[in-house]
Each structure stands twice: as structure tokens, then as C-alpha cells.
Ligand binder design. Structure first.
Ligand SMILES: Cc1cc2nc3c(=O)[nH]c(=O)nc-3n(C[C@H](O)[C@H](O)[C@H](O)COP(=O)(O)OP(=O)(O)OC[C@H]3O[C@@H](n4cnc5c(N)ncnc54)[C@H](O)[C@@H]3O)c2cc1C
Length: 440
């Protein structure tokens, strides 16, 4: 039984596993990773598993660039055990005005260090770029992505982006950590013990205690509650997010497509009878204008018939509970939304393909930036608020947390993710002006 550890990590989701791995990379191997659930099984295996360096502010671009660097490094070390792809994100619009706004945003994000902007048609061909962004006019879009609606006037193709298996990445990091001495304990942390204003240990549900001077709290949707055990109040809330996997037996979505995103609001065309039925069910949320960003991507290899899709029209802030509140109409509503972008999917409106829904919570701060670093009593650290980007941000977040703990050099974005940022009145003022949080 481990009764002391140099560092205790609470939570073996992708955030906790990545932190444990990065601690071992910093040479610290006496690490106890504690979770009552199987590793990666609460939120981290429910994600769409996508990544991008395309964010609307400098700290998030910096964090994601570092994360992608680490993902690429681990891809090499592991022989691509987690299938990192680089298909990109394709933001599509049917509005000239929106395309202009996307073009302006591209210039801003490029200026934050996310790579060059290339217009098509233009000086360079629209090819296999690894970085930056390609802006496509309607003709270029149709020529290269003929499955798109001809209503589309253009698109923005983000290139340092794609997806990978979060479960495989997590398993690889966990195994590597255990190989050098990290311990995984199947327990719940029920208390954090303090000695004055410093951490002394954690109490487990079996009545035992682990003495430690460093605790990293990475409890995902439970982060707010677990932090209070150390007397720390985290400004976090949770939103329910679902995703649906369809069996595309008609083979409509090309297997080499990227993450495809309809960037306009839209209205679903329901028959009069359907409208009445939905109104009776109290589903007025489906009758008016629906939000932007109905999106999806192929899932699995070249022979797989599956694709996964999301459309965040719920926008519900909830106390996390399981099983998740369900929405029986989700597969149908998302398919209708996708058909606006990909008319070839319309046969599925007559008979939905086989589908399955899962999901979880985006636990987040109001400005959608994570909390990483020390806070509260000495020795207490958090990796939390990873929202809808925790899979892509975990490598850099774990790296940042580990650097804080061992006292290594910190990257320039470190302060932007501390809890203490909310003590700065200028930061709070800047938040009220910020509109784009980068969330899909
Ligand atoms: C539908 C959906 C789509 C998503 N798509 C993407 C995407 O495309 N790209 C992306 O980057 N991110 C995506 N995300 C977000 C990503 O999945 C999360 O940000 C990430 O999984 C959070 O990881 P975590 O380790 O913080 O939390 P979790 O995976 O929830 O892990 C937290 C762990 O803490 C444990 N725990 C809690 N309390 C205690 C305690 N007291 N003692 C011990 N252990 C405890 C829990 O048991 C759990 O295992 C998506 C999320 C959803 C729901």
C-alpha cells in the first residue's frame, strides 16, 4: 500500500494521466494517480478527439501549439500508437458577410502565431499544407470538396488540426508512467489534509491516508467540489454536450474529409405536423433559429463506415449527473443540420442510419480558458476547466502543471492559466469585451 507519495494526482482522466506522465518526464517518479473509475472512462473517452491550433487569443494559441508539438513528439516515440491525423478543420459558410468575418479572424489568429493565411485562388496551389489556414472561394471549395452544398460561398481550412485516439494516447502515457514507478490506485479521494496553509496528504474512501506535500487536482466535472476539500473556490460550471456516431452505409462522407463545420445559424425544415408534435413535446428549442457549428468527421480507418457529429443546441448549464440526461431527438436533429451542409445525406432523413449517442460535460470557466497551476494552500495545484478542448490541451496542460511542481522554466502563457488571473481588475474588464471563446 502506498502511504506516501511525492505527488498525488486526483483523477485519471486525460488531464490527470497527462500530468502524471509529464511529472515522470521531469524526473519525478514517486507519483500516485488516484481514481475510483477505470482510467479515462468518465469524459475522456467520450470526446470527438479533435485538435487544432486555431484559437482566438494568444494564450490559447500558445498552449495548443505546445500541445501539438508534444503530440507530434509522442507520435514519434510511440510509433503513432494513437493515430494522430492531420485532416484539418473545414469551416464552411453560405454567407459572404460571414466569410469576410472568418477572413478577418484568420488574419488575427495568424498574427497570434498559428501560421500563414493563403487565399485560393491565389499565388499558391491549395495542397497538402501542414500549418496555417487556407481560405477557399466557392469554386475551389466545390472542386476539392464536391460533397458540400452549392449554397456555400467559401470556407476556411485550418491545417494544424485533426484527430487521434484519446484512449490510446492516455493508455500509452499511463503505461509509460507506470513503467518508471507511478502508481495507479482505485480509490476516491474524500479529503485533502492541510498542515496550516500547506498540503499534508489526502484521505481515501477506504479510510487510508497518503502523506504528500504536492497534490494535483484533475477531477474533471467534479473539480469544483474536490477543490473545496482544499478550501479553494474554482469559478467553474458544466454544460452537457452530446455526440452521435452514425453508420454511413451509403458512403456519403468521404473517408479523407476533415472535421467539417457548418458555420452559419440555420432553421430546420419541419412539416406542419412535426412542428405541432415538437411544440406539444415542449421542444420549442428546435423550432426557431438553431445555432452555428453543426459539425462532424469520419471515424475509423479507410474501411470504416462511421462518422461522428455534434451540434451544441442544448446550451444547458447543469450540475453534472450520470447517467446523462438524454435527448431522444438528437440523432435526427443533428442529421437534419448536417444535411444543410452535405445534401447527399438527405436519404437518411427518410430513414436514419444506425446511430449511438454518448457525451459528457464541458466543465469550464466563463472565458473558456483552463485553470492550470498552483492555487490555495501551498502544494495544491489544479488542472481543470478543460471544457471542450481537454483532449487536445492535456499534453501542454500536464506539462505546465509538472513545470510548476518541479520549478522548471515556465512558458510565456503560464500566468494566463493561473486562478490568480481573476485577481487582476484589468483582466476582468478585458473579459467583458471578449466575445469569441473559441468553443464549437
Ligand atoms: C461530447 C464531447 C466532445 C468533446 N470533443 C473534444 C474534442 O474534439 N477535442 C478535445 O480536445 N476535447 C473534447 N472534449 C473535451 C474533453 O473530453 C474533456 O475536456 C476532457 O476529457 C476532460 O478530461 P479530464 O481528465 O479533465 O476529465 P475526466 O475525463 O472527466 O476525468 C476526471 C476523472 O477524475 C476522477 N475523479 C473525480 N473526483 C475524484 C475524486 N474525488 N477522487 C479521485 N478521482 C476523482 C473521475 O472519476 C474521472 O475519472 C469533448 C467532450 C465531450 C463531452
Amino acid at each position: 500500500m502506498t502511504d506516501t507519495a511525492e505527488v498525488v494526482v486526483i483523477g485519471a482522466g486525460i488531464a490527470g494521466v497527462s500530468t502524471a506522465y509529464q511529472l515522470t518526464q521531469q524526473g519525478l517518479t514517486d507519483v500516485a494517480l488516484i481514481d475510483p473509475r477505470p482510467p479515462l472512462s468518465l469524459t475522456s473517452d467520450k470526446s470527438t478527439e479533435c485538435y487544432r491550433n486555431w484559437w482566438p487569443n494568444r494564450p490559447m494559441v500558445g498552449l495548443m501549439q505546445r500541445s501539438i508539438d508534444l503530440l507530434e513528439q509522442m507520435t514519434e516515440e510511440s510509433g503513432n500508437a494513437f493515430g494522430l491525423s492531420r485532416h484539418g478543420y473545414l469551416f464552411v459558410t453560405a454567407s459572404d458577410e460571414r466569410l469576410q468575418a472568418m477572413r478577418r479572424q484568420a488574419a488575427v489568429t495568424s498574427g497570434l502565431g498559428a501560421g500563414d493565411v493563403r487565399e485560393h485562388p491565389g499565388a499558391l496551389p491549395y495542397g497538402e499544407a501542414e500549418d496555417g489556414v487556407d481560405i477557399l472561394d466557392a469554386n475551389t471549395l466545390q472542386r476539392h470538396h464536391p460533397y458540400m452544398t452549392d449554397e456555400a460561398v467559401g470556407a476556411v481550412h485550418v491545417r494544424r488540426a485533426g484527430w487521434f485516439s484519446a484512449q490510446q494516447l492516455g493508455s500509452w502515457m499511463l503505461q509509460r508512467s507506470r513503467d518508471v514507478g507511478a502508481n495507479l490506485l482505485k480509490n476516491e479521494v474524500v479529503g485533502i489534509e492541510l498542515d496550516g496553509d500547506r498540503v499534508r496528504g489526502v484521505r481515501l474512501d477506504d479510510g487510508s491516508t497518503i502523506a504528500t506535500s504536492s497534490v494535483v487536482m484533475a477531477a474533471g466535472p467534479m473539480s469544483k467540489a474536490v477543490a473545496t476539500m482544499a478550501g479553494v473556490e474554482l469559478p467553474l460550471f458544466s454544460e452537457l454536450h452530446l455526440k452521435v456516431a452514425y453508420r454511413d452505409h451509403l458512403g456519403v462522407i468521404p473517408r479523407d474529409a476533415g472535421m467539417i463545420i457548418w458555420s452559419d445559424p440555420q432553421r430546420i425544415t419541419w412539416s406542419e405536423e412535426e412542428r405541432e408534435g415538437l411544440a406539444e413535446l415542449g421542444r420549442d428549442d428546435l423550432l426557431g433559429e438553431m445555432p452555428v457549428f453543426c459539425h462532424g468527421r469520419p471515424e475509423g480507418g479507410a474501411d470504416s463506415p462511421y462518422f461522428v457529429a455534434l451540434w451544441e443546441y442544448h446550451r444547458e448549464i447543469l450540475e453534472p449527473t450520470w447517467p446523462l440526461p438524454d435527448d431522444p431527438l438528437y440523432p435526427e436533429v443533428v442529421m437534419r443540420g448536417l444535411t444543410t451542409m452535405i445534401p447527399g445525406l438527405s436519404p437518411y432523413l427518410e430513414g436514419l442510419p444506425e446511430s449511438s449517442v454518448d457525451g459528457g460535460y464541458y466543465t469550464k470557466t466563463r472565458e473558456n480558458r483552463p485553470l492550470v497551476g498552483p492555487c490555495g494552500p501551498e502544494g495544491f495545484h489544479v488542472v481543470a476547466g478543460l471544457s471542450g478542448f481537454g483532449v487536445m490541451a492535456s499534453p501542454a496542460s500536464g506539462d505546465l502543471a509538472a513545470r510548476h511542481i518541479v520549478g522548471a522554466d515556465l512558458p510565456e502563457y503560464a500566468d494566463a492559466f493561473r486562478l490568480s488571473r481573476y485577481d487582476d481588475p484589468d483582466y476582468l474588464t478585458s473579459l467583458s469585451a471578449e466575445v469569441d471563446t473559441g468553443q464549437l
